[in-house]
Every structure is written in structure tokens, then in C-alpha cells.
Write a protein that binds this ligand. Structure first.
Ligand code: TPP
Ligand code: MG
Length: 371
């Protein structure tokens, strides 16, 4: 056929063809029904319940963190409600030995990976103890510089590969982050070395107030991985089973030496960008909010589990109570941390020699602190 000729001058057609391949991968629909039996992940009943418990726990953690922030008891906080499936089901597909390189909104994943909650609260307060990760918890501190964690993940994954470790490095950025140079450099590098990395883009539709439509001409963010030569998939980020299945598949391939994967999770953040004062009503409509609320990951997973007789109100209440109790204890623990000194912050930054100008400042602060 003429239109299948090799030397056809049709770059627009090529683009269209690639873009049309990115259908959204889904296992559970909005009513909690399995719509893709073949892709159903191999999870035991207890594991399904565990994943739901974590999502309920983190929804409460989000609500409490927002109030603690308003009371002045927490500092920096980026709300997570709406992104539970995207965050927790991807983390659930990992092994303890895998490395997580989070962005600022990805505190739930690192807490589930082993960072004590009280340390996460200290991170929020800007206290350096919050970034002192216990031995054996394979995470880095949340990255504030958009996209930087993508480059670091390419490096960590290369390191794991060189050591012959059967583990992966996973990282997260947002739709906005996928416009950064670091994003492209990271996926390209990992692709070139076929390193065991999983790159997640949580497409929550906004970068602060900038809507996804203005972010890029690309129809999907997932397709950006194709340019780097890495397998890429667009996933329903409100569907925990789809996110789990896609991440598990990416992990399995990485462990087999087949290189990195890019996963775009379509989701939504219900709250503001951060607690620093943006007002989402100025850039989003109630209609859009409602549309996404109808896709809620907790509602959908609850329906699925209830139909299987694995979940009920009592179970949910127990998780909520446990979450509230543990959050209260974690805040108490965080309050015990000594007030941070400037010199401690500097000691923590420099293992060896400080530059001369900082040495001078160090001496000044040491003097002030001794009074
Ligand atoms: C390199 C860099 N540029 C700008 C900022 C300021 N900034 C913080 S969050 C943000 C928007 C990020 O949006 P997105 O990547 O979609 O992630 P989301 O916050 O939606 O999870 C911007 C521009 C930053 N932290 N780092
Ligand atoms: Mg975003």
C-alpha cells in the first residue's frame, strides 16, 4: 500500500500513530469491577487488605498533616489525597531492598518503605534529623528541586547494576516535572545503560496552577519514554491494581536486565499544591473536582474488596483509629527533637573541610549558640 511506503514524508503521521498507541491501562473501573481479568495482579487476600489499609491510613495522615500544618505544628506539606493508588500501589510492588528517590509529595511511599513517621514530621519542619535515614531503609530524602531525582535515580540504578544487585531504583515526579531537562537526561541515561530504574510521572493534571494542557504538546507524558528508547505505559493512577501491576511488571523486567520503564499515572490532587497558600479554586472548577472525586481510589478499591467479603466499616474504622493514634505518638516523638542549631545543620552538610567563607560563619554561629 502506498501509505506504508518506507520513505514516506509523514512525520505528523508517525507522531499520530505513536500517540494513538497510548491507551490507559486499567484493571478496576470506577465501580470497583475488574475490567481486565488478564492483567489482574497476583495478590493474596491479605495483601489486598494490606494495600487498602495503607491507602486509608495515608488519607488520614493527609488530613491530620493539613490540620497540624494549620496549627503551626508542621512546616512544609504537599497534600496527597487523590494520589494514594499512584503512590502506595507502586511502592507496594517493591521489595524492601529497592531504593526510592521521592519528590516532595512522596512522603507516604518512604514512610511505608520504613522511614519512621516522626522523622517524616521532622523533615516537614526542616529539621536535619528528618533526613537522617535509618540504616537498612533504602530511601533518599524527598527532592524539592523538580526533576533532579530523575538524574539521581539513573545514577543509583547504574550503581545497583554495577554491583550485580537484584534490586531497582524507583523515582517519582509530576506532570510539570516532565518538562525539566533533568527528566529527559535521567530517562535517557538509564535507557542507554539499560539500568534497573522505574520512572513514575504522577500526572495530577496541574503543576501548581499550570494545567497539563499548557505543559507540553505531547498527548501523553508516557510517550516521552519512547524517545529515550524505554518501555512506557499510561496507567489509570486512581486504580491501585493497575498501578501495582504496571510497577510489578516494570520491576520484573528491570531485574531480568531489560532496563528501565516510564509509567505515567493519571491522577488528581484533591487539595492545594502545598500548604503555603495557593488557592485551587482560582485555577480549577468544581466540575473537574467532582469528575475526579468519582474516580476515587479508596472508593473503588473499597467496593472491590467489599464484594469479595474482605473489607467492611469495622475494618476501616480500626485502620482510622490506628492511624490517628500513631500520628499522635509520632508528633510527640518529633517534639522531643532538640531545637536545630545552625552549626549542626552545617556539620551535617559537610563531611570534611568547609569552604573558608562557611568556616567564618560557622565560628560566628558557634559563638552565638554558646550564649
Ligand atoms: C527546578 C525547580 N523549578 C521550580 C520549582 C518550583 N516548583 C515547586 S513545585 C512546582 C510544580 C511541580 O508540578 P508537578 O511536577 O506537576 O508536581 P506536583 O506538584 O503536581 O506533584 C514548581 C514549579 C522547583 N521546586 N524546582
Ligand atoms: Mg502535577
Amino acid at each position: 500500500m502506498a501509505d506504508k511506503m518506507m520513505n514516506q514524508l509523514d512525520p505528523a503521521g508517525t507522531l499520530q500513530e505513536i500517540e494513538s498507541k497510548f491507551e490507559m491501562f486499567q484493571v478496576l473501573n470506577e465501580q470497583g469491577e475488574v475490567v481486565n481479568e488478564a492483567a489482574m495482579p497476583d495478590l493474596k487476600d491479605e495483601q489486598l487488605v494490606e494495600l487498602m489499609s495503607r491507602m486509608v491510613y495515608v488519607r488520614i495522615l493527609d488530613q491530620r498533616s493539613i490540620s497540624l500544618n494549620r496549627q503551626g505544628r508542621l512546616g512544609f506539606y504537599a497534600p496527597t489525597a487523590g494520589q494514594e493508588a499512584s503512590q502506595l500501589a507502586s511502592q507496594y510492588a517493591l521489595e524492601k531492598e529497592d531504593w526510592i528517590l521521592p519528590g516532595y509529595r512522596d512522603v507516604p511511599q518512604i514512610v511505608m518503605h520504613g522511614l519512621p513517621l516522626w522523622k517524616a514530621f521532622l523533615f516537614s519542619r526542616g529539621h536535619f534529623i528528618g533526613n537522617q535515614v535509618p540504616e537498612g531503609v533504602n530511601i533518599l530524602a524527598p527532592q524539592i528541586i523538580i526533576g533532579a531525582q530523575y538524574i539521581q535515580t539513573a545514577g543509583v540504578a547504574l550503581g545497583l547494576q554495577k554491583r550485580g544487585s537484584k534490586t531497582v531504583a524507583i523515582t517519582y515526579t509530576g506532570d510539570g516535572g516532565s518538562s525539566q531537562g533533568d527528566f529527559y537526561e535521567g530517562i535517557n541515561f538509564a535507557g542507554a545503560f539499560k539500568s534497573p530504574a522505574i520512572f513514575i510521572v504522577q500526572n495530577n493534571q496541574f503543576a501548581i496552577s499550570t494545567p497539563r494542557e499548557l505543559q507540553t504538546a505531547a498527548k501523553t507524558i508516557a510517550q516521552k519514554g519512547i524517545a529515550a528508547g524505554i518501555p512506557s505505559i499510561l496507567v489509570d493512577g486512581m486504580d491501585p491494581l493497575a498501578v501495582y501491576a504496571a510497577t510489578k511488571d516494570a520491576r520484573d523486567r528491570a531485574i531480568r536486565g531489560e532496563g528501565p520503564t516510564l509509567i505515567e499515572t493519571m491522577c488528581y490532587r484533591y487539595g492545594p499544591h502545598t500548604m503555603a497558600g495557593d488557592d485551587p479554586t482560582r485555577y480549577r472548577t468544581t466540575d473537574t473536582d467532582n469528575e475526579w472525586a468519582a474516580k476515587d481510589p479508596l472508593v473503588r478499591f473499597r467496593k472491590f474488596l467489599e464484594a469479595k467479603g474482605l473489607w467492611d466499616e469495622k475494618k476501616e474504622e480500626e485502620v482510622i483509629e490506628r492511624a490517628k493514634e500513631e500520628i499522635k505518638e509520632a508528633i510527640k516523638e518529633a517534639d522531643k527533637a532538640p531545637k536545630q542549631k545552625v552549626t549542626e545543620l552545617m556539620d551535617n552538610m559537610y563531611d570534611g573541610e568547609m569552604p573558608a567563607n562557611l568556616k567564618e560563619q560557622y565560628a560566628i554561629y558557634k559563638e552565638k549558640e554558646s550564649k
